[in-house]
Design a protein around this ligand. Structure first.
Ligand code: AMP
Length: 214
């Protein structure tokens, strides 16, 4: 069986639709308690995992392939093959804070506390600017941290920017853009080359068709 890890959350529904459009049977995948969905007819097993865990499953070969956001890939710093970027899950990883920081010089941000679910990327970003920030790892509702005095700044993903606005925060800088990516375990890519290549071509074909439809 080919094991494919799919990230939960925003990417799950479009990922299910992508495989359904290729004829796979993923009934049950939208049931939040079900973590494994088998499609025996296609020889596929889908694993539903937390986004940050998908790169790890694929790197260690617990899954042969997966779909996850590039934000989780960058944070995880894993050694996987990344043959395809997909046309959904667009977002941006940004530094945000209270409006008073909007036009502050960078050096004045030294020593500030930064709350994030992305400690590794955040550390790289601030270190590259010579800023010794204290990074506080939180697991959700990052936008809450400045409101309660836990942190001065946050690093988080934004889509429309609505969550930032509603919590009185403004974007200070963009770190990178992200979208969904199809990733493959390096060994599986070599050992199951035909199967993997076939799947990559099929997924790529759905993109081409969508492009042609305009
Ligand atoms: P928005 O209000 O549209 O800017 O969405 C921001 C909120 O949605 C933040 O709490 C983010 O953590 C989350 N979010 C936005 N885009 C994504 C994405 N592509 N993947 C995961 N979470 C996201």
């Amino acid at each position: 069986m080919m094991k494919i890890a799919l990230a939960k959350g925003r990417l799950l529904d479009p990922s299910i639709k992508l495989f359904e459009s290729l004829g796979y049977d993923l009934r049950g995948a939208r049931d939040s308690r079900k973590l494994v969905i088998d499609d025996a007819a296609h020889g596929a097993r889908f694993l539903i995992a937390k986004p940050m865990d998908v790169p790890i499953y694929v790197e260690y070969g617990a899954a042969d392939a997966g779909i996850v956001g590039q934000d989780a890939l960058r944070e995880g710093s894993v050694n996987v093959y990344e043959p395809l970027v997909l046309d959904y899950g667009h977002c941006r990883l940004v530094v945000a804070g209270k409006p008073e920081y909007q036009n502050a010089e960078w050096r004045l941000l030294a020593g500030l506390r930064v709350a994030t679910k992305y400690p590794r990327v955040t550390r790289q970003y601030f270190t590259a600017r010579g800023l010794s920030s204290e990074i506080i790892e939180v697991y959700g509702s990052v936008e809450l941290a400045p409101m309660v005095g836990l942190a001065d700044l946050i690093v988080d993903v934004v889509d429309t920017g609505r969550t930032l606005r509603e919590n009185g925060l403004v974007e200070l800088d963009e770190i990178f853009k992200s979208q969904a990516a199809f990733i493959v375990n390096r060994a599986a890519h070599t050992l199951r080359v035909d199967e993997i290549r076939g799947l990559i071509e099929k997924i790529d074909g759905t993109r081409t068709n969508a492009d042609e439809r305009g």
